[in-house]
Design a protein around this ligand. Structure first.
Ligand code: ZN
Ligand code: ZN
Length: 413
């Protein structure tokens, strides 16, 4: 077996460049159509135990089926309620029972239709809208399992809307679209045991509704159709992000003890004038001292070390408090004292310890406020991603899948 280097896939492109390009173009077209229309199974309303849910008109036309038998069509005035009852699902249309079924399939009759949904048990005032098809099954002894069979691009628009909302720059939405698409394609089996692919909570990616169908978000998803982010190992890259780095992003191993090759620390001046770029916190010195002594055996008897216990200067991001020899990870201090970031310096004042910090979040990967600022300044989404993720490449998913397949074929020859 020949071990391939990380960039050797490029040798797989035929030597005759013209022919090679033609082959790629054909495959790109073929797979792009596939990615565009690819459907995902998303478990929705997973944050709580749903036992009754109401569907009503959103846009387009729908029919409700059970085992491919038509139960009814949905008109604009209809309210369809599905309620868990014993081993089955009771189907009510405008308050009148239409039977009990083991599962219900909700199928769009016109392309890109959408349904309005509201959870009745437990009671929720929140109204959600989702596009495309749905399946409703029983789950456990009392719950309903609702799955949205949604086209990839609709799903991404819902995720971007749920995670960031409206009012952002188009290039920033494109950055989000690439990261969300890459994440989704990299985690298609995350909920395999639950009978769907991804959930609608932050455990996967928040996908709470498409209430506004923000045109700018849809255009950004469209404009980056199929584009994914690939790491130096030619695998799908994890698009880690956080709110604000304060001027410098963090090495991944400072935070997770794992080195992510494309998450290198970078200097970032784009975010430093944002509100979240700096912070201050005061903590009783006794609390700080107790934690250091109890958790890390801080040597109080060492007069030199005890005299510097409350003094820490961190001009650039580091991993440990005062000195690596003491073995006090800044990430542990952040977690214990609920600090906005690990990038802080401190000094004593009266009975308190004053912490002056920079940034908000874990600091690894993309700085959201910096990226937003870059978008406003005219940077393209490719430039923004390359700034925060070192050595990544952007590929069309179909091209990447094709080359990867060719690469693994070559492996087995
Ligand atoms: Zn999940
Ligand atoms: Zn930043």
């Amino acid at each position: 077996m020949i071990k391939r280097g990380r960039n050797e896939w490029c040798y797989l492109i035929p030597k005759n460049l013209f022919f090679g390009k033609a082959v790629l173009l054909v495959f790109t077209f073929f797979f792009t159509v596939q990615v565009w229309s690819q459907r995902l199974d998303i478990g929705i309303m997973r944050g709580f135990s749903v036992s009754s849910v109401q569907f009503s008109f959103g846009d387009g036309e729908y029919e409700f089926l059970s085992d491919s038998n038509l139960i009814c069509k949905l008109t604009k005035a209809d309210k369809i309620t599905l309620t868990r009852q014993g081993p089955g699902i009771r189907f009510d249309k405008n308050g009148i029972s239409m039977g009990t079924y083991t599962s219900v399939y909700i199928h769009e009759l016109t392309k890109n239709s959408c349904l309005t949904m509201q959870c009745l048990l437990p009671v929720s005032k929140k109204v959600r809208k989702y596009r495309n098809d749905f399946r409703v099954h029983t789950e456990g002894t009392e719950k309903l399992k609702i799955i949205n069979e949604v086209e990839m691009e609709n799903y991404l628009a819902g995720v971007i809307e749920s995670e960031g909302g409206g009012g952002k720059h188009a290039e920033y939405y494109k950055v989000q679209a690439v990261l969300s698409r890459t994440y989704a394609l990299d985690h298609l089996t995350k909920h395999f045991k639950d009978g769907f692919q991804l959930c609608d909570e932050v455990h996967c990616q928040a996908y709470l509704s498409m209430m506004r169908f923000t045109p700018a978000i849809q255009q950004a998803v469209h404009a980056t159709n199929g584009v994914i982010m690939i790491g130096p190992d030619f695998k799908l890259a994890d698009g880690f992000f956080f709110a604000n780095c304060g001027g410098q992003t963090s090495e991944s191993d400072f935070v997770w003890n794992v080195s992510v090759p494309y998450c290198k620390s970078v200097r970032d001046t784009f975010c430093i004038h944002s509100k979240q770029a700096t912070w201050e916190k005061r903590i009783p010195q006794s609390k700080w001292q107790n934690y250091l002594v109890e958790q890390f055996g801080f040597p109080l008897t060492d007069s030199l070390l005890s005299s510097v216990m409350f003094y820490f200067d961190q001009p650039v991001r580091t991993a440990f408090y005062i000195s690596p020899h003491l073995g006090i990870p800044l990430r542990d201090l952040r977690e214990e004292f609920k600090l906005k970031s690990t990038w802080f310096s401190c000094y004593p004042e009266g009975e308190e310890l004053v912490l002056k910090g920079r940034g908000f979040g874990h600091g690894v990967g993309l700085c959201q406020e910096g990226a937003m600022r870059m978008a406003v300044l005219g940077y393209q989404y490719e430039q923004i991603l390359r700034f925060y993720f070192t050595g990544i490449e952007l590929f069309d998913y179909s091209q990447w899948a094709f080359l990867r397949q060719k690469s693994s074929d070559a492996y087995t020859l």
